[in-house]
Design a protein around this ligand. Structure first.
Ligand code: SF4
Length: 325
């Protein structure tokens, strides 16, 4: 029976090289990648196509969000719960291994490359907590790590695996050249949970809207955002793309605001707000529009099919900046 491995593919160079190393041993590989509102599968899809790897995309939104609210091992520099996130991914990959009859799971992780999630201790903790410890192989650093079941059973030749350590990329770049892999994405990037501004907005959402929905997470990706009070925030589009996105994401009780006489942004008040909030939201809309800043102008507030014009003056820039999230 041919040996089969499940390879976690992010689309980054390390994950591609790990797949290559395993494929070169004549092992059948199924790539698995994950998606949720914070990271997508696009990079992995492109990489899989290039190396002719069958790829399974798994949406982990629900269980990832549950974990994200209270990660056992906490967050990194921003809202990135990398240890718990890796654990969750490996657990998913393990379940795929079980039902697909594969022999092991592998990743492109490199020992010592990331200070939070790729120390010897973290790799051990993640593997142990995933429930599939003995089946998890890290081909790029395998010779520096304890032997795994597929190595012990001779399904994978440990001698042909590597002992890469640390943040340097020299060895990987040389391997990429040897394997003819060009045009691979730069390391890191791609996960919104590592972005400081997005993390600030997510923290705000966790604080003020405990019953948030996926739509509310999508809204965090757009516009300038202002926390007005504990019940309301205002989002103001920064360009036509964002204005359109805010329109599309608006629903139910949301209030959508436009200037009537001058070009300007779309402002959105998710779940609406009281009169004072709407007045301030309209004045923010005026601030970022072409309307004169020192005279009263008309803004149109729409909820569903109902529209109401209001007269406002543009907000003061300094005041608004102190509310920005
Ligand atoms: S960077 Fe994002 S996707 Fe990667 S392990 Fe951390 S939380 Fe998960």
């Amino acid at each position: 029976m041919k040996v089969k491995g499940i390879g976690l593919l992010s689309g980054g160079l390390d994950s591609i090289l790990a797949v290559k190393l395993i494929m070169l041993q004549g092992i059948d590989v199924l790539g698995v990648t994950f998606q949720n509102p914070f990271f997508g599968a696009q990079k992995a899809r492109i990489a899989a196509k290039k190396i002719e790897l069958p790829l399974l995309t798994v949406d982990i939104t629900e269980e990832h969000l549950k974990m994200l609210k209270a990660p056992k091992y906490g967050y990194g520099k921003n809202m990135n719960p990398c240890i718990d996130c890796h654990t969750l991914m490996l657990n998913n990959a393990g379940r795929i291994m079980d039902y697909s009859g594969a022999d092991f799971i592998f990743t492109g992780e490199v020992l010592g490359q990331r200070s939070m999630s790729q120390t010897k201790q973290s790799l051990h903790v993640v593997a142990k907590n995933s429930g599939y410890q003995e089946y998890i192989l890290r081909p790029l650093s395998a010779q520096l790590l304890p032997e795994t079941k597929p190595e012990i059973e001779g399904k994978v030749d440990r001698q042909k695996l590597l002992a890469i350590f640390g943040k340097g990329r020299k060895q990987q770049i040389e391997m990429a050249r040897r394997y003819g892999i060009i045009d691979y994405p730069a390391p890191a990037g791609g996960c919104l949970l590592t972005d400081p501004m997005f993390s600030k907005r997510l923290r705000d959402l966790f604080t003020y809207n405990k019953d948030f929905r996926i739509r509310d997470i999508e809204l965090l990706k757009y516009g300038r955002q202002f926390r007005i009070n504990e019940f309301s925030k205002v989002i103001v589009g920064r360009n036509s793309f964002e204005n359109e996105a805010l329109q599309k994401l608006s629903e139910g009780e949301d209030v959508v605001i436009h200037m009537t006489q001058y070009p300007g942004p779309t402002a959105l008040v998710p779940y609406g707000g009281d009169d004072t909030t709407l007045l301030y939201a309209a004045s923010l809309c005026a601030l970022y529009s072409d309307a004169p800043k020192d005279e009263e102008v008309v803004a149109l507030c729409r909820t569903g099919n109902t529209s109401k014009p209001i007269m406002i003056k543009a907000a003061q820039r300094e005041d608004s900046e102190s509310l920005m999230i």
